[in-house]
Design a protein. Sequence first.
Length: 86
Amino acid sequence: MGLKPLHDRVIVRRTEEQETTAGGIIIPDSAKEKPQGGEILAAGPECKTLKAGNSVLFAKYAGTEFSMDGDELLIMREDDILGVFE
């Protein structure tokens, strides 16, 4: 990755969206919400509890979206992370 986050910021890739419900109903693109979970790709030097590879849950409107090498990514503060999946 060519971008290194500063201070307490992390770079997150959102998890894939679900295409169908458990009952088999296909969800159209217009009805989908962006997932609130993802994987941390890089963490700044001041991040105390998070590291690359953690699966996390973050606030709905957290972070700033940007595109890099064809991937849609988010950069956000460590405080915007609500929890870490174990």
